[in-house]
Design a protein around this ligand. Structure first.
Ligand code: SF4
Length: 357
């Protein structure tokens, strides 16, 4: 087993993390907003693609209007297959960028361009490029949760569902790996693959807050519960998982596993699709240390929460918040994404629909 080398700490300081603010509308206001959005989508030949972590109303709207709810790469793929002129991405900025990279001919809009991600923010393109330049003998593998500029510097892009397979494949070819930006996912991949890896030290401010000891206590209160964990979580949480998987994998496990109760360590936005998939089952949020918690998110991403019905309506009305990516960056960033798609196709692995970001 190789030992992972790490970089300096790139966790986002708490003062740079916004408070999680969830929009609340009265019933009439909400219904009118949804009615307007449906008209605007038709008027602009636009399609709505939403991530599993967004507000249930947005997920419902995407489902009801012929759009799609999924992970970031699958959102972009859906956009590519759609004949809509405009893709409206309800998610965070790197998802809008990925949609644009794979669909440069389409207009890509987002309800809020300030919807960011601590992994993306914690991996600045210029510092990452300088870091890669210091390790010229390493293959650069980046997670989907990165900017277009970081993808443009990478050899491979991976999702949480494909990361272990890709890195294991590269390790078998004798390649040394630079991994960025999520250190917990990187540690997990390193442990599973045994690869020689240099890990960038970024983290997701949502998953990082799940606590191992409190999870142990919760498991004792629910001895029959299965534990489903996203691999952006810390190792003591992953160690207690019955299933470690991507968002789509977690939903699938909830549907297929023979258990009534699940403790879930990922953004609570996923509960909407989990309850649809397994309506008779009970889902419990994994603990973030509860009352004494210092997290600002406590199980819900503040940037995902920036996507709201009213902002979506405004964006569709005004055409504001369009995502632009430099043409040369698009050209270079497509290569690592295409490598992943080709790898999955060769192995007949469904990259889409089982991975996330
Ligand atoms: S949940 Fe974490 S990884 Fe996902 S967008 Fe929010 S900060 Fe990024």
């Amino acid at each position: 087993m190789q030992t992972a080398i790490t970089t300096q700490d790139y966790r986002l300081p708490p003062e740079q993390v916004p408070e999680t603010v969830v929009e609340t509308l009265g019933r009439d206001e909400r219904d009118e907003c949804i009615r307007q959005i449906k008209c605007l989508l038709r008027e602009h030949n636009a399609v709505l693609v939403a991530h599993y972590y967004t507000d249930p109303d947005l997920q419902l709207l995407a489902d009801e209007t012929g759009g799609h709810v999924s992970d970031s790469l699958d959102m972009a793929r859906f956009g590519h297959e759609s004949d809509a002129d405009t893709l409206v991405v309800c998610g965070v900025r790197f998802m809008g960028e990925t949609a644009k990279i794979l669909n440069p001919e389409k207009r890509v809009l987002m309800p809020d361009l300030h919807a960011d991600c601590s992994l993306d923010l914690g991996c600045p393109g210029d510092e990452f490029t300088a870091f890669c330049d210091r390790h010229p003998d390493h293959t650069v593998v980046v997670y989907a949760n990165t900017s277009a500029a970081v993808k443009a510097r990478a050899d491979w892009m991976v999702t949480s569902g494909s990361a272990v397979d890709v890195v294991r494949h590269l390790a078998e070819r004798g390649e040394k790996i630079i991994w960025a930006p999520d250190k917990y996912l990187g540690e997990y991949v390193q442990a599973q693959s045994g690869a020689d890896m240099v890990l960038w030290q970024g983290s997701c401010i949502v998953h990082e807050e799940f606590k191992g000891r409190e999870l142990e206590e919760l498991k004792q209160q629910h001895p029959g519960a299965r534990v489903l964990v996203h691999p952006e979580s810390p190792a003591p949480v992953i160690a207690q998982a019955d299933v470690v998987s991507s968002t789509t994998g977690i939903i699938k496990a909830a549907r297929e596993l023979d258990a009534d109760t699940f403790i879930v360590a990922t953004d609570r936005g996923i509960f909407y699709k989990m309850q649809q998939a397994a309506p008779d089952k009970t889902f419990i949020e994994a603990p973030t240390a509860g009352r004494g918690a210092t997290c600002k998110s406590c199980g819900h991403c503040p940037w995902m929460a920036m996507n709201s019905l009213t902002k979506l309506q405004t964006t569709l009305e005004s055409g504001a918040n369009e995502v632009f990516v430099d043409a040369d960056v698009i050209r270079r960033a497509r290569l690592p994404i295409k490598r992943l798609l080709d790898f999955a196709a060769q192995r007949k692995q469904p990259v889409y629909g089982r991975n996330d970001a």
